[in-house]
Design a protein around this ligand. Structure first.
Ligand SMILES: Nc1nc2c(c(=O)[nH]1)N[C@H]1C(S)=C(S)[C@@H](COP(=O)(O)O)O[C@H]1N2
Ligand SMILES: [Mo]
Length: 229
């Protein structure tokens, strides 16, 4: 049965789930899908986690829609993995002795991507560290070894190929991957927090215009990757 629930404002449905992002991240030059995650408290402890460490957490599964800031959405993607809240409460808090002021979380990825979110937003029940998508292990295409799934926030907050998670009171030393106005601190889809400073209608026009080009770069990169295999 087709889903008739309206999409959030300014979004259009796409019938497939593409690999997507900025130009500089289209390539597949990634170390592989073995899980190695560094967790840090700014100015404090850091730990490294592997697959077995995460496997102590309860596994969860969820189906959620995915919304890219460039106006495409994909409905009902099935994800499996661990709830970020469980990861935070059962691993991060006991092992890192975090200061109360660590209200921001910076994600750094194996492809050089980085983004940040507010800790409070990450503790929502639908935020996952996912290692499976639509019944399959999460391959490099959609962010293996592990990625963030935060359905209430635009795609650009959903870091793929996560290699480091830093808990911090501020954004010192953090550089956005694109222009400053591209990254909204919270990027909530329901409030259309696409970016900053630029009027929303202008962001929408600009964003929608680049979709075909980005899809082309990513398809070309996937073909190159196939040939190398
Ligand atoms: N590591 C990494 N994470 C990333 C990106 C990226 O290029 N690299 N792109 C972001 C953007 S803009 C979107 S829309 C989604 C796309 O996820 P997908 O490639 O699984 O569709 O990943 C987000 N997370
Ligand atoms: Mo995006």
């Amino acid at each position: 049965m087709p889903n008739s629930k309206p999409l959030p404002r300014g979004q259009t449905e796409l019938d497939h789930f593409p690999r997507y992002g900025l130009y500089q991240f289209a390539n597949w030059n990634l170390p592989g899908t073995e899980l190695m995650l560094d967790i840090k408290a700014r100015g404090g402890k850091s730990i490294s986690l592997n697959e077995d460490d995460l496997a102590q957490l309860p596994r969860v599964e969820q189906t959620s829609d995915f919304h890219c800031v460039t106006t495409w959405s994909v409905r009902e993607i099935n994800w499996a993995g661990y709830r970020f809240r469980d990861f935070y409460e059962r691993i991060v808090v006991p092992q890192l002795s975090l200061a109360d002021k660590a209200t921001l979380v910076i994600f750094r990825s194996a492809d050089g991507y980085r983004t940040y979110m507010f800790l409070d937003d990450l503790l929502a029940a639908d935020v996952l560290l996912a290692d499976r998508v639509n019944g399959e292990p999460l391959g490099l295409e959609h962010g293996g070894s592990i990625r963030l799934v935060a359905p209430a926030h635009y795609g650009y907050k959903n870091a793929k190929h996560i290699s480091e998670i830093e808990f911090s009171p501020d954004l010192e030393g953090y550089r956005p991957v694109a222009l400053h106005w591209h990254e909204h601190p919270r990027a909530r889809v329901a409030l259309e927090e696409r970016g900053r400073f630029v009027p929303i209608w202008l962001q929408r026009c600009f964003n929608v215009a680049i979709v075909p080009t980005v899809l082309y770069w990513y398809k070309r990169a996937a073909k190159k990757h196939q040939r190398k295999k």
